[in-house]
Design a protein around this ligand. Structure first.
Ligand SMILES: [Zn+2]
Length: 750
């Protein structure tokens, strides 16, 4: 049997030829009424009335044969022909005829007329290697047998009797005559009126054999491997699959100009988890030759880029360790010799968690992963059914969050869809991750997955993560960002893997998930190819053809109303000035209070900070102030010009001061290690040391290994060339405040 792949509404998506080289489709569930009328009128007028054998027509045939002196007419009923087909012989002698008669009557006893007719129609030859009505309709008319005209149906009905007539040549006239005689017979039977008859006999015969549809070729291949020779109804939406295929082909041409050869799209229905669109690659429609287009990208393992970040943020929201507006650090960071960088190579100092997620900042993500634990995150991903993420926590390290792991488009999209499903359904159905594995086989009640009540992420945490990913939160000045013409609320995340090898964009609404991958199947990167610039536009185009949906209902029944500090996004403490109330995950009520609003003690002029060592308590003015540690402030102030540093300490109050001055680079730790950067030429360049001081205009004096190295004012950066090994840096400001740093210089990693 050939493998036949249908859409959810029964349209032919594609087929693969049977091993015997025949286009033999698996039996159909039903048969078109037109064909039933045609085939019985032509082959066996009394089919519905005889017991398998028609004695009158047998007698007639016998008479004709005797007169001719040879067998010219078989007088066989459809049932007898079925008997002959099933016994696989073609001899026409008397003995076999008797055998056929016996078998036909037995068939009639065991099977209904419809079953016998269906068997006949499914196995009858239709010329060449075409077997059965379904294959014939697609090969000769490029349509389903249910969509054929009377003339087309009649043409097919006369073929099993003389299949060779379909071949071009002198047979054509004979085929046309046979067809028209059948149409005339049907007209006389009153099956259609005279006008229809006259029009029908004017219709031309099919000229060519059509290739079969090949709408979702990669899925058809997969199904042909898994369910060879079966008639498979998939979950695919025929119309949508075709439109999305066209959208992707449209983009493929532009991508090809930039030497980007491949792309893939999957569209999932959130409610059922069903796959609606499975476009495994580009280019197969026009170019049957090119190898890379045969790769099914949807199930290929590729570097995740930043696409796993939302799961980490959701997990931290769930535990109450992070609130959506909470400031998270974004400063130069070095963890165990590993130095993550943001995509734009700049730092915000501190940035609200939601913004860090929306802008996909790497440093906050790495710091948050360390807070959460790699091992815990790994086990979360495994619960989210990422089967390709199967190495150990040590093996992945912190790069797990930045693309160190491989995922495939299907599992990634499915995880987003499952989160949306939980958010939609937890109230009515409870937590159910039963179909976190999407299937393209249309499920029947028997094979429907059992509910899996494991709560992986709470609805409230998912809601907070999705809200962070709404386009409205996306700053307009972000690289490559443009406003897409999409009025709908869509939570979306892009990803770009190391070396611009993979560009991802995944979008989610309460109804649909659209996942897009762009790149080269052979893994070759293309400079500048990012998820935002290449995958996101395709994703938005697909959302534009999907019906609009309204946004998720906030899961307030799983949330608490908390007072939040406007500036820090932490729970408001006693010194926070502006606050607002916000519904947050239940565990958020255990999160720490705002650490940045402090009560400063100022002198009467309010120009200086004072303390009890230099001023009477009764003379102090207490003012709440948003104070950031200098290392954050240094970067924060560049992005937040309204930030006002606390007033300086009055000169006579320095004894008890701390954190006037801090190292920014290298960040101090117990074992600070520094790599010597290499220039393009391969020459080792100087290391730039950075320090921040509360009063930038102060002069700072630098000493490397107790040797004076220079002084700085305003911008406290010093280029130094320490040799490989351990060193000691001393920094003194004009007031004599001193900080130290022990560090070790390692040569640049090769
Ligand atoms: Zn505060």
């Amino acid at each position: 049997m050939a493998t036949v792949v249908l859409s959810s509404d029964g349209n032919l998506m594609g087929a693969r030829i049977a091993d015997d080289g025949q286009w033999r489709f698996p039996p159909m569930d039903s048969m078109p009424e037109k064909f039933k009328k045609c085939i019985t009128a032509f082959e066996d007028r009394y089919f519905y009335y005889h017991p398998g054998v028609n004695l009158i027509s047998l007698a007639k045939a016998g008479y004709q044969d005797i007169r001719a002196g040879k067998i010219v007419s078989g007088g066989s009923t459809i049932s007898m022909q079925v008997a002959r087909m099933s016994s696989m012989h073609s001899s026409r002698n008397l003995w076999y005829k008797i055998l056929e008669i016996i078998m036909a009557t037995r068939l009639e006893l065991s099977y209904s007329k419809e079953e016998i007719l269906n068997f006949y129609v499914s196995n009858a030859p239709f010329g060449g290697n075409v077997v059965g009505l379904n294959a014939a309709a697609w090969r000769y008319y490029h349509r389903s047998p249910f969509e054929l005209s009377w003339a087309e149906t009649a043409t097919l009905a006369v073929l099993p009797n003389a299949p060779s007539l379909i071949h071009p040549g002198k047979n054509r006239k004979q085929l046309l005559n046979k067809r028209n005689r059948l149409l005339g017979r049907l007209f006389k039977q009153g099956v259609f009126d005279e006008i229809s008859y006259k029009l029908a006999v004017q219709e031309a015969l099919p000229e060519n054999v059509f290739p079969l549809p090949n709408v979702a070729p990669h899925l058809c291949e997969k199904i042909n491997l898994e369910k060879k020779g079966e008639n498979i109804k998939t979950t695919l939406d025929f119309k949508l699959q075709n439109i999305v295929g066209e959208i992707l082909e449209g983009y493929a041409k532009n991508l090809a100009v930039n030497s980007i050869s491949n792309a893939a799209i999957v569209v999932l229905d959130v409610k059922s988890g069903n796959i609606l669109v499975y476009q495994g690659n580009t280019g197969l429609i026009e170019n049957q030759e090119s190898g890379s287009h045969f790769v099914d990208i949807i199930t290929s393992s590729r570097s995740s880029g930043s696409t796993l970040k939302p799961f980490l943020y959701a997990a931290l929201f769930d535990e109450g360790k992070l609130l959506p507006q909470m400031l998270v650090p974004d400063i130069p960071t070095q963890i165990a010799g590993y130095k993550p960088e943001n995509f734009n190579l700049s730092y915000d100092g501190l940035v609200p968690a939601s913004e860090a997620l929306a802008r996909s900042l790497n440093i906050p993500a790495v710091k948050l992963l360390r807070t959460y634990s790699i091992q815990k995150f790994l086990s979360l991903l495994q619960k989210l059914n990422f089967s390709t993420i199967n190495r150990s926590a040590d093996n992945y390290g912190l790069t797990l969050i930045l693309g160190g792991a491989e995922v495939n488009l299907l599992q990634l999209s499915a995880a987003y869809a499952s989160m949306a499903r939980v958010l939609n359904n937890y109230r009515t159905n409870g937590y159910d991750r039963g179909d976190w594995h999407p299937s393209f086989y249309l499920s029947t009640p028997e094979n429907k997955a059992k509910p899996d009540r494991t709560k992986v992420l709470s609805a409230s945490a998912i809601f907070e993560a999705f809200n962070a990913l709404l386009d409205v939160n996306r700053p307009i000045n972000e690289t490559g960002w443009k406003l897409y013409s999409c009025s709908e609320k869509i939570a979306w995340k892009t990803g770009t893997s190391y070396g611009f090898r993979d560009a991802w964009s995944i979008g989610v609404t309460p109804k649909y998930v659209v996942g897009v991958w762009v790149g080269n199947a052979d893994g070759e990167g293309r400079p500048g190819m990012t998820g935002l610039t290449t995958a996101a536009p395709i994703m938005f185009d697909v959302f534009n053809i999907l019906p609009d949906t309204t946004w998720f209902t906030p899961p307030k029944d799983e949330m608490v109303l908390l007072e939040i500090c406007n500036k820090s996004g932490f729970r408001a403490g006693p010194n926070c000035q502006e606050t607002y109330k916000s519904w947050l995950t239940y565990n958020s009520s255990y999160s720490p209070l705002c650490p940045y609003h402090k009560l400063l003690h100022l002198d009467q002029s309010s120009k200086y900070q004072v303390n009890s060592s230099c001023e009477k308590v009764s003379n102090m003015v207490n003012v709440p102030w948003f104070v950031l540690p200098p290392v954050y402030e240094f970067y924060y102030i560049t992005k937040n010009p309204d930030y006002v540093s606390p007033p300086p300490l009055r000169k006579d109050c320095f004894e008890n001061s701390t954190k006037i001055m801090e190292f920014i680079y290298p960040p101090p730790s117990a074992l600070t290690k520094v790599f010597i950067p290499k220039e393009f030429t391969g020459k080792q360049s100087a290391i730039i040391f950075k320090v921040t001081h509360r009063q930038a205009s102060t002069t700072i004096f630098w000493h490397l290994d107790n040797i004076f190295a220079g002084s700085t004012q305003n911008i406290h950066e010093m280029a130094l060339n320490p040799s490989k090994g351990k060193h000691f840096l001393t920094i003194v400001d004009e007031n004599g405040i001193t900080i130290y740093l022990n560090f070790e210089v390692l040569s640049e990693k090769e």
